[in-house]
Design a protein around this ligand. Structure first.
Ligand SMILES: [Zn+2]
Length: 461
């Protein structure tokens, strides 16, 4: 047997062995038994060396993936629970193979910009979560003094906007306000996640679109040019150089940003970047007019841009893939009018992100270890929970997914477990089915059901 975490008595009532022909570990895919004792992974063993007293479950051809970690989710509770909420977001997560979510500080009321607001969120989450969760704290225009207390109270890092976030209750930061916050952020040692778009290029582009047809996707795309992202990334890299904080660029949409990020990293700056399943799957050329379900910010760009983002993943410039799961009541998508200017920007994908990614990745020659790195280990490292989350390895929480990579299905409403079953993926045929999801050794999703009471809890550093 290999990778025994610590000496244990030979006999244990709670030892379980999960067998698969494809256990996806950081060292590669192997035919193996994952041994689970209580709520942790005890080790990975050859199938012939499973201790006799272990209770055995054989997944056969279904792969065992680490439970996915989503470092970019808008749960919206407390305050906008009619948009989503802990109960429904974590249910959608469990069905999608996620075992840990990190919640964004906006969309909820109060926004998570003070310790008091963090406590309100904790109270709202209690007893409702089917997977584990944690919070990002907000860096807003006026809460510089709350940054270190929030770190002390247990947020895993911070999030700010360089542009109006499109919602009341959370303010963007100007460069001056950001400069006031950055020494505090740097002292915490925690990452600052930034929505990297500047308003200047967007306002200029939008002004030039007077009289344009906002039912056309092309109009919306023109209104949010690449330059909005690029100018923000340039500013952020300069600030990172000056203040030496951990910079993480969320939801990179323009592939033109890759060169800037690559250069920043070559310089030794602590910079990381994510993109999202929708930027890797959808393409502007195939988004119909009035298809506001596809609206998000920054926008889905061209097919060629999408392929360059895949290249960014291939070469390791993009560290991870997060969903930016951002639901709203269906009426806010303005589906009747098909108006891209008025519709809420956000795509809810917790239940579908894994098959969307696997469909695209497997078609480009990537394997399950790539998925595990982008969607489990990478986000766990960003959030600082990688000693316990994001890997099939001894000592980690027994969070894992039984995944059938070759199975195909058509996306139907009953497979979307978020509060509102609206999605741009409805009707699509995708590859890869989540058969079961386990949180700390217990099934939280299996064959369409959610067994047992909610046992998710907040991850604390
Ligand atoms: Zn977001």
């Amino acid at each position: 047997m290999v990778q025994i975490h610590s000496p244990r008595p030979f006999f244990s009532m709670t030892l379980e062995a999960f067998l698969s022909k494809r256990v996806v570990t950081p060292e590669g895919v192997r035919v193996a038994a994952m041994l689970v004792e209580d709520d942790r992974i005890r080790g990975i063993a050859p199938i012939g060396e499973v201790p006799r007293e272990a209770r055995v479950q054989d997944f056969g051809d279904a792969a065992i993936l680490p439970g996915l970690v989503d470092s970019h989710v808008h749960i919206n509770e407390p305050g906008r629970t009619e948009w989503e909420g802990f109960e429904t977001a974590t249910r959608a997560a469990a069905a999608g193979g996620y075992t840990m979510l990190v919640d964004m500080p906006l969309n909820c009321l109060p926004a998570t910009t003070t310790v008091e607001a963090l406590e309100a969120k904790r109270a709202a989450a209690r007893g409702k979560c089917r997977v584990d969760w944690a919070a990002w704290g907000g860096v807003a225009s006026d809460n510089q003094r709350d940054i270190e207390p929030l770190a002390g109270a247990g947020v895993l890092g911070f999030k700010c906007f360089l542009i109006h976030p499109g919602i009341d209750g959370f303010t963007m930061v100007t460069e001056r306000e950001l400069r006031a916050a950055l020494p505090h952020v740097a002292r915490t040692g925690l990452p600052l996640l930034v929505h990297a778009e500047l308003s200047g290029p967007i306002e200029a582009a939008t002004a030039a679109l007077a009289g344009a047809d906002w039912k056309s996707y092309a109009t919306y795309l023109k209104s949010r040019p690449d330059e909005a992202e690029l100018s923000a990334i340039r500013l952020l890299v300069a600030l990172c150089r000056e203040y030496q904080f951990r910079l993480h660029v969320v939801h990179l949409s323009t592939s033109e940003g890759l060169a800037l990020l690559r250069a920043a990293r070559a310089e030794g700056l602590p910079v990381s970047v994510e993109t999202c399943p929708h930027y890797l799957h959808l393409a502007a050329e195939t988004i119909s007019d009035r298809a506001t379900l596809c609206k998000c910010a920054p926008p889905v760009r061209s097919r060629e841009n999408r392929e360059r983002l895949w290249q960014g993943l291939r070469e390791g410039t993009i560290d991870l893939v997060a969903t930016d799961h951002s639901p709203c009541p269906p009426s806010m998508k303005k589906l009747d009018k098909g108006d891209f200017r008025a519709a809420w920007g956000g795509i809810a994908s917790l239940s579908m992100a894994l098959p969307v990614m696997w469909t695209e990745a497997s078609g480009r020659g990537f394997g399950l270890p790539d998925i595990a790195r982008w969607m489990a280990e990478g986000p766990a490292q960003l959030a600082g929970c990688d000693s316990r989350k994001g890997r099939i390895a001894a000592g980690c929480d027994a969070d894992f997914v039984a995944f059938e990579p070759e199975a195909e299905f058509v996306v139907t409403k009953d497979r979307l477990h978020q509060r509102h079953a609206v999605s741009p993926y409805l009707g699509e045929k995708l590859r890869g089915v989540v058969r079961a999801t386990y949180l700390r050794g217990q099934p939280v999703f299996t064959e369409g059901e959610f067994p047992g009471p909610p046992m998710g809890r907040e991850f604390r550093r």
